[in-house]
Ligand binder design. Structure first.
Ligand code: AMP
Length: 284
């Protein structure tokens, strides 16, 4: 078994809860970063954020079957627990919770948490059931550990909004922090799924970020959303994107459509580049 300098790995809810409880009883604050593993620098920035704001940093790796649709990539989602644990150890993560599916859902788990409205639009429309799966597993993880603060990436902006709403509605006593999107040098948002890109697709991929950034600039300068969305569609097609699921300018909090830049807004998009599907978003 690999020996780590700093990191302890636990696989049961009981052990996860015990470690966090002990720290909190001793007056230490605990940060928590849930992940599906196959770590990249975007994940590492969340661990660093946790270390800035909490005394202890915990993380989980769990590829949650309940958030994958029947035709999605659950079986082939990239996994690399040993490497991930090594990176967490070097990065100062104190505790990794890496449960089995059976540990998380011993009797299958029938209870669902859903956030209607916020969870049904944009990603929710194209990936039915996705946010139920996310909301359910995040609720479980937060209740299992009861950290002081949990950190989520703005890369998955709608997910962050769904989680904030769910934590508020259910009075889960955990603070939710958003952290900025980690990007490659050419602007592509880091993602575990970027490994699916062929070299040619990888070259075209940053056009998604470039396009939504341009839409954000033009919207700020007063151009209208319908024309901008039409323009973006053409740009993405020219770059080799096969299908645009959505590209929308939405209110930063409730994700409802906005018609001018008088309130904080966000450009959110999902598009297929051949087999892989990329999502990204930027602030207006
Ligand atoms: P995942 O492992 O993809 O489920 O992501 C786990 C957490 O890392 C989520 O809160 C994501 O929003 C966050 N995350 C994923 N990619 C990035 C990125 N490029 N920058 C910042 N956070 C990210």
């Amino acid at each position: 078994m690999t020996k780590y300098k700093n990191l302890t790995i636990v696989r049961t809810v009981a052990e996860f809860r015990e470690h966090v409880n002990r720290w909190r009883r001793n007056g230490e604050t605990v940060g928590f970063v849930p992940t599906m593993g196959f770590l990249h620098d975007g994940h590492m920035s969340l661990f660093q954020r946790s270390q800035e704001i909490a005394d202890r940093t915990t993380a989980s790796i769990f590829v949650n079957p309940k958030q994958f649709g029947p035709n999605e990539d659950y079986a082939v989602y990239p996994r690399s627990e040993e490497r991930d644990a090594q990176l967490m150890d070097e990065d100062g993560v104190d505790l990794l919770f890496a449960p089995s599916v059976n540990e998380m859902y011993p009797d299958g788990g029938v209870t669902k948490v859903s956030v209607p409205g916020l969870g049904d639009i944009l990603e929710g429309e194209y990936r039915p059931g996705f946010f139920n799966g996310v909301a359910t597993v995040v609720t479980k993880l937060l209740l299992q550990a009861m950290p002081d603060v949990a950190i989520f990436g703005e890369k998955d902006y709608q997910q962050l909004m769904v989680i904030r709403r769910m934590v508020k509605d259910l009075d889960i006593p955990v603070r939710i922090e958003g952290a900025p999107t980690g990007r490659e040098e050419d602007g592509l948002a880091m993602s575990s799924r970027n490994t699916y890109l062929t070299p040619e697709e990888r070259k075209a991929a940053p056009v998604l970020y470039q396009t939504i950034s341009a839409v954000a600039d033009k919207f700020r300068q007063g151009e209208r959303a319908p024309e901008l969305i039409q323009w973006a569609k053409v740009e993405l097609e020219k770059a080799g994107f096969k299908q645009l699921d959505y590209l929308e300018i939405r209110d930063s909090e409730n994700l409802k459509p906005v018609y001018d830049a008088s309130r904080p807004a966000r450009v959110l998009a999902a598009a297929w580049l051949g087999k892989p599907r990329l999502i990204d978003n930027v602030e207006v």
